[in-house]
Design a protein around this ligand. Structure first.
Ligand SMILES: C[S@@+](CC[C@H](N)C(=O)[O-])C[C@H]1O[C@@H](n2cnc3c(N)ncnc32)[C@H](O)[C@@H]1O
Length: 345
């Protein structure tokens, strides 16, 4: 989609992306407001604040924060710094205009930049307090604007999470192209484990990207959201070190995915169909239980999380396995470790 069209009318894929972002950042801010004194949010490809008549990411963030600061506890104990950047001067002008109509709590500090991402992000990083939590929305149009080294530098700060958008189908189309050159070649070489290769499908291509990011950024916790509308496919990746963030992202995924593979609608699903996935996971956990020694509960919980399990699925799995005498005790302990994710992170 052209840049011009993007800001005129919101497409279905953008609506899905925006919904996931809004759900996630709301829960993130609520959680962090009670565990940190300072939070930094950087939206470094922020756009103008609007797509058609729908809100774009910077205005979504500001609106959530406005609601949050209605609570006295948060007002007294929490501070938020927002960093918005876009390379396009018109977008920044429009964003400033949109923001000027809003009344924003003085503990929310907004800094706006109009520059290229690669020039601005080191400056933004240097402004973030060591003990603060940091969230980066990286939502470029293309897949070559952000290098894996940029991601590494950003993620090396403590308490950092990144929500990273890749128009993955465009990259996938070239994945097998031996003559790929320039930035496309660089992307394939640096962002995938196999480089230029004939991937089975876009899902295995995405897994290869996850594996590469996971190795280089030294975290297992990467939640993938494959967004699909007809033949168009994009991807969002939440990169974190926090188990609870992973679980929340898993919960969000299952609220919108009908098939456990991708998300093709921004409308919430009322009755989650989890039967097939649950059966598969029960088998998986049984296998893990038989192959691991005692006291590996945390390891098993980590693996369940990495399989993309949401809260509801976990409850069903634990319940079913507890009914089998052989697994009853094991499951009691695993269940305890699972609920500790909520208590301690
Ligand atoms: C997909 S849009 C962002 C949409 C925004 N997140 C929203 O919800 O409305 C991508 C934005 O990145 C900007 N952009 C493109 N290349 C850039 C670069 N190298 N540095 C900073 N901004 C860039 C574009 O002007 C565009 O506004």
């Amino acid at each position: 989609m052209s840049a011009l069209l993007f800001f005129k009318k919101q497409s279905k894929l953008t609506a899905i992306k925006t919904t996931i972002f809004e759900e996630y950042i709301t829960s993130y801010l609520i959680r962090k407001a009670t565990s940190f004194q300072e939070c930094n949010i950087a939206d470094l490809f922020c756009g103008s604040g609007k797509n058609g008549n729908k809100l774009g990411s910077p205005l979504i963030i500001v609106n959530i924060i406005k609601k949050l600061f209605q609570f006295k506890y948060i007002c007294d104990n929490f501070k938020v710094n927002l960093f918005f950047n876009d390379i396009d001067e018109e977008n920044i002008k429009y964003l400033n205009k949109n923001l000027s109509t809003l009344t924003i709590n003085k503990k929310v500090n907004i800094q706006i930049f109009n520059d290229d991402f690669y020039k601005i992000y080191p400056q933004v990083l240097s402004k973030m307090g060591k003990n603060s939590c940091k969230f980066f929305l990286l939502d470029p149009f293309g897949y070559t604007d952000i290098t894996i080294e940029d991601l590494q530098k950003i993620f090396s700060l403590p308490n950092t999470e990144i929500l990273f958008f890749i128009p993955i189908f465009y990259a996938y189309r070239f994945a097998n192209y031996q003559k790929a050159t320039g930035k496309v070649k660089d992307f394939l070489k640096t962002y995938t484990t196999k480089g230029i290769f004939s991937y089975k499908n876009v899902y295995t291509f995405s897994k290869s990207i996850i594996s590469k990011i996971s190795n280089l950024l030294e975290t297992k916790y990467i939640r993938e959201f494959i967004l699909k509308d007809k033949s168009q496919i994009n991807a969002l990746f939440l990169i974190t070190k926090d188990k609870k963030s992973m679980l929340i992202a898993n919960n969000i995924f299952w609220q919108y995915s009908f098939n456990g593979k991708n998300i093709s609608s921004f409308i919430k699903i009322n009755n989650l169909n989890i039967t097939s996935k649950t059966a598969y996971l029960i088998l998986y956990i049984k296998k893990q239980l038989l192959s691991t020694k005692r006291n590996f509960n945390r390891e098993i919980v980590k693996n369940i999380l990495l399989k993309g399990v949401c809260e509801k699925q976990a409850q069903i799995i634990f319940l079913k396995l507890r009914q089998i005498p052989r697994y009853k005790n094991f499951i009691g302990r695993i269940r305890k470790s699972w609920y500790n994710i909520y208590k301690y992170s």
